[in-house]
Structures are given as structure tokens and as C-alpha cells.
Ligand binder design. Structure first.
Ligand code: FBP
Ligand code: AFP
Length: 313
């Protein structure tokens, strides 16, 4: 039994998607067992950028790397590995992943996920990923929450699959997700307010003013601390997400990584009719300068993302 219904997946990418989904289903069972599966949220080291790695980060990375061998993936890049690995000299794809996103939520039973992006493998290992984000041929996330689900795009809309616990396969639930143009919610880590730039502060203050402010409507606020959970909520019912550059030394380009967090989410959002920028410029027009670089990220309902660009003047 295949791990995903293959009918909407381009034939040459089916082995990759099969490996991602079989591994996602396996990981979902580990996550569902929580403490019964060991100390999944325990710190076990640091990645190349000094971020703490949790046991589940490392486990997920090892599982995806192993599963992708022999699927056509030539180059494998991961948040958890300093440099690109060559999995198969004859492969034709370059796949980048954050194998376990939202790791501060592992121990508290809140949605976490896997994010991935696929380019054609052209050039050497690293340069295959340092290309305009618009050249991605596939992007997706698997969310491990009340449901385990997959949102994926191959450039013809964003499809939603749900892992059916009875069959163990990802089943198509929505052929074309549609991100609402208008929003009633926004998401930003407000504990960084004192570090924000003027346009970000202006946007948040406009939302907080609600009906009484220039916007003339009340806005609700949500922050999960898990990009996958936030993206799924926004794809489903609209909203905006901001992880802007801020005044903290490590975060002058925001917190999120261009290659395996920002670019794939931008592709998924745009394919669902939303917008994704660095505050002003469309993410899909941008190219990463290095594998682990960070990028300010704003995405969601088109009206709001346009408003944020206007505030940047
Ligand atoms: P990890 O890949 O280390 O989990 O970090 C990414 C992330 O957890 C995103 O999922 C989330 O949007 C953000 O960091 C939360 O940041 P903050 O700690 O500022 O709330
Ligand atoms: P429900 O019982 O209608 O789900 O509401 C309760 C609740 O969702 C609670 O779980 C949250 O803490 C709270 O509402 C959220 O309220 P805001 O919408 O004001 O954030």
C-alpha cells in the first residue's frame, strides 16, 4: 500500500513523496507516543548556527536522510547538518528540509512539523539550493497535530492530504487550498516588540487599535511558536504571519531560514492565492546567498501583506 495517493503527484517525484510520507507517518507514531518513546525534547547538542538540537530533531533528520536514498534525491540539505550531503550521484533533485520544526513544542503536545523544498539538482551541491525561490519544483510541510497532514505544491495549486490512521496512507482532502484574501488574525512574537522597526510596530499598533483605528476592524492575535502550525492555520482561514528583522544581534534578518523554512512556505502560500514577502519584496523573487541564511518573513492574506509593504513606504 503506497504511503500517499499518487494521482496528483508528478510521476518523477513519486518516489520522493513516497519516502517523505512513509517517514512522516513513522515519525507521527513516535510523536504520538510522546514520553513513552523516550526523551524526545531533550537537548542533545547544537547545530552549526548555535541553535540547540533536541533528540527528535536529530532522529527526524536521520530518518529522512535514510529514507530519501535511492529516490532520485542527489543532494540533501538539512537544518540539522552544516553542509549538503550527496545521497546519490545519479539523482536529479536537491531536497532541503527542516526535519522537525517548532521543536520548543515537542514536550508540550502542541503541533510540530516537517518542512521541505525541492529544486532540480543543477550545479554543485550547495549551488543547487542557492537559486531563486521561484525555481522550486515542489514544497510542502507535514504537520503532526490532532491530525497528521501534508500540504504540498508542485506548482499547480496547493493540495492538502490527511494521514488516515486506519489505512496508514495520506489521502487527498483538498485539491486546491484557497487562502482568504482578507484576514481577521495576525501572528508575531510580541515579546520582541522593543526590537521591532517602525513599519512592523505601526502594523501591530494598527491591528491593536481595531475598529477604532485606521483599519476600522478588530483583529485577533495568535502565536503558536511553530511555523508549520501557524502556516496551516493561515492557509485554512486567513491571517498574517510576521517574523521580521529586529534589533537583536542574531536576528537582524529575522529568525527563519530562507532555504528550508521561508522559501517552501512562500511557494505553498502563493500557490494557495496568498502573498509572501520579506516585508517588501516577494520571497519567490529572492535567492539565498548561503545555505543556512535567515530572511525576514511576512506572509498570509493578500490585503494584509500589501498593507505591510505600504507601511514600509
Ligand atoms: P526550530 O526550527 O528550531 O524549531 O525554530 C523555528 C521556529 O520554532 C518556528 O517554527 C517558529 O515560527 C519560530 O521558531 C518561533 O520563534 P520564537 O521562539 O521567537 O517564538
Ligand atoms: P471555546 O471553549 O469556545 O473553545 O473557547 C475557549 C478558548 O478557545 C480557550 O481554549 C482559549 O484559551 C481561549 O478561548 C482563546 O481566547 P481568545 O480568542 O481571546 O484568544
Amino acid at each position: 500500500m503506497p504511503a500517499i495517493d499518487p494521482s496528483h503527484i508528478p510521476a518523477n517525484l513519486r518516489p520522493v513523496m513516497e519516502a517523505m510520507c512513509a517517514t512522516g507517518a513513522q515519525l507521527s507514531r513516535v510523536i504520538a507516543r510522546g514520553p513513552l518513546a523516550g526523551k524526545l525534547g531533550a537537548g542533545v547538542g547544537e547545530n552549526s548556527d548555535g541553535d540547540q538540537q533536541k533528540a527528535l530533531d536529530v532522529m527526524a533528520d536521520e530518518m529522512f536522510e535514510a529514507a530519501l536514498k535511492g529516490t532520485g534525491v542527489k543532494y540533501y540539505a538539512s537544518e540539522e547538518q552544516e553542509s549538503v550531503l550527496t545521497l546519490d550521484g545519479d539523482g536529479t533533485y536537491a531536497l532541503a528540509t527542516d526535519p522537525l520544526d517548532g521543536s520548543s513544542n515537542i514536550d508540550v503536545n502542541v503541533t510540530i512539523g516537517t518542512i521541505f523544498s525541492v529544486f532540480a539538482a543543477t550545479g554543485d551541491a550547495e549551488s543547487s539550493f542557492l537559486r531563486p525561490a521561484s525555481e522550486q519544483i515542489c514544497a510542502g510541510y507535514i504537520a503532526y497535530g490532532p491530525q497528521t497532514l501534508l500540504a504540498v505544491t508542485f506548482g499547480a495549486g496547493t493540495q492538502l492530504y490527511v494521514l488516515d490512521p486506519d489505512s496508514g496512507a495520506f489521502v487527498l482532502a483538498e485539491e486546491k487550498m484557497a487562502l482568504p484574501v482578507a484576514a481577521k488574525e495576525f501572528s508575531i512574537n510580541s515579546s520582541n516588540r522593543r526590537h521591532w522597526t517602525g513599519p512592523v510596530l505601526a502594523y501591530v499598533e494598527e491591528n491593536e487599535a481595531g475598529k477604532d483605528g485606521a483599519k476600522g476592524k478588530d483583529m485577533n492575535f495568535r502565536w503558536v511558536g511553530s511555523l508549520v502550525a501557524e502556516t496551516h492555520r493561515i492557509l485554512t482561514r486567513g491571517g498574517t504571519f510576521l517574523y521580521p528583522s529586529d534589533g537583536r544581534p542574531k536576528y537582524e534578518n529575522g529568525r527563519l531560514r530562507m532555504v528550508y523554512e521561508v522559501a517552501p512556505m512562500a511557494f505553498l502560500v502563493e500557490q494557495a492565492g496568498g502573498k509572501a514577502t520579506d516585508g517588501v519584496r516577494p520571497i519567490l523573487s529572492l535567492t539565498a546567498g548561503e545555505l543556512h541564511e535567515r530572511r525576514p518573513f511576512v506572509f498570509g492574506s493578500a490585503e494584509e501583506v500589501d498593507r505591510i509593504a505600504d507601511l514600509h513606504g
